[in-house]
Write a protein that binds this ligand. Structure first.
Ligand code: FAD
Length: 403
């Protein structure tokens, strides 16, 4: 007679719930228990995407997965080959959730309501007879008590969050925050709050960390996609330096020195009679251009035609390599994740199974996998939850075919 599997999933977030539902559908005879320390399951999903839930991304235009998964790119390549973003869209649409794709390739429920995703998953959990244990914090793992244990406890900013793994000797990569905005030295940005430059290149001098995208000036410093991506790429580097580091901005979207020099020479020639304050590159607002002129040390009364070589060089250096000082970080309210977690060295990245304990699995942000903003983090949770469900199902079938 086939054995009924008894499975414990610890953490009823995106990865845990998705794993439980798919597993129970594949292995209807299994007893799936889902443990959640809070009074509600999927509490984080309810607030994702500012309450709209950016549940995935089309991945169009992503040439290298490392761009979006700075940690866990290899694992995600395998997981996406098993359960892709197309599979996510098809899965939710089959459940009756209509989806919309924005111009920036982010996918949301058409209702623009994260609760539609939460309620759909909760409905499935109930309908399938998955036993949801709310208000039950698991403090240690008794592997022998269960046939399979899946840990989906999410990211934790502090190492204490991984307490339940104590005793199992599982290596943990030190957790640090990812996806934050930069506090920048000085108060010059306060008057520029809300100014956006569509395409800048941001990088940390002397490192390989660089990103491109739009930049938003805030009361405390800088935000926007270019900064959030850079905070993700350099999460560990910046944490080690207590969030103090120089930051270099190419305000001209990565245009080369030669290209910008040519543009400035053309402006000098074509706009000779105009004041430097009245004509400037299109990407700037007049307020931001005024602040940059100040950084260049060029008087507001100067005319383009009167700029000498020294002026042009000073303009050039601010436009393509403007140096600021990061003095701290601020959480990005729309989304933040943890860099670090269970080391990928401890698991088989194809099956998400522990190398030490074959009946133990990990999925979601508890692993040292995290992404930039844009729906990639939830996609990681769906893909990994599915991979674990499928592997438990397949290995069960193999064992039963043999016996
Ligand atoms: C404000 C905000 C907005 C976000 N918006 C987006 C977005 O729009 N798109 C996107 O892709 N990503 C977004 N993210 C990131 C995304 O929500 C996470 O990456 C994702 O939820 C991770 O899923 P998970 O299941 O691994 O962890 P979680 O969703 O964190 O779930 C883990 C669960 O485990 C429970 N738990 C922890 N320890 C225990 C224990 N010992 N015993 C029992 N239960 C336990 C927790 O209470 C929690 O419910 C956002 C994050 C935040 C904070």
């Amino acid at each position: 007679m086939k054995k009924e599997l008894s499975i414990a999933i610890i953490g009823a977030g995106a990865a845990g719930c998705f794993c439980a539902i798919n597993l129970k559908r594949m292995l209807t005879s299994s007893n799936v228990h889902l443990f959640e320390s809070k009074s509600k399951a999927l509490a984080k999903v309810a607030v994702t995407g500012g309450g709209r839930c950016n549940l995935t991304n089309t991945f169009k235009g992503i040439k290298n997965l490392q761009e979006v998964y700075p940690r866990g790119e290899k694992l995600m390549r395998r997981a996406l080959s098993v359960f892709s973003s197309e599979d996510t869209c098809a899965w939710f649409e089959k459940e009756g959730v209509k989806l919309v794709t924005q111009e920036d390739e982010c996918v949301f429920p058409q209702s623009q309501d994260a609760m539609q995703i939460v309620n759909k998953l909760l409905y499935n959990i109930k309908e399938l007879g998955i036993e949801l244990h709310l208000n039950e914090r698991v403090t240690s793992i008794d592997i022998k008590k269960w046939d399979k244990v899946v840990v989906t406890t999410g990211g934790h900013a502090m190492p204490q969050g991984f307490q339940l793994l104590e005793g199992l000797d599982i290596p943990i990569e030190m957790p640090v925050p990812s996806l934050f905005t930069f506090n920048v030295e000085g108060d010059w940005h306060q008057q520029l709050m809300g100014n956006v430059v569509d395409n800048v290149k941001a990088f940390i001098p002397g490192t390989k960390f660089r990103s491109q995208g739009s930049l938003l000036l805030t009361h405390w410093g800088m935000s926007g996609p270019a900064i959030l991506k850079l905070s993700s790429y350099a999460a560990r580097y910046l944490a080690e330096r207590d969030y103090r580091s120089p930051l270099c901005i190419n305000w001209m979207g990565g245009r080369t020195e030669q290209e910008v020099r040519q543009l400035l020479q053309e402006m000098k020639q074509d706009q000779a009679q105009k004041l430097v304050t009245s004509v400037y590159p299109q990407c700037f607002t007049s307020k931001l251009w005024g602040v940059l002129l100040d950084r260049m040390g060029i008087p507001m009364t100067q005319r383009w035609g009167a700029l000498n070589t020294k002026h042009i060089n000073r303009m050039l250096s601010v436009l393509i390599a403007d140096i600021y000082q990061i003095t701290g970080r601020c959480p990005f309210k729309e989304e933040f994740v943890t860099c670090g977690g269970v080391s990928l060295k401890a698991i088989n990245i194809n099956t998400l199974q522990s190398k030490q304990y074959p009946s133990l699995y990990f999925a979601g942000e508890v692993l040292d996998v995290d992404a930039v903003t844009g729906g990639f983090n939830l996609q990681a949770a769906w893909s990994m939850g599915y991979v674990v469900a499928k592997h438990i199902f397949t290995s069960y079938q193999i064992i039963n075919q043999k016996s």
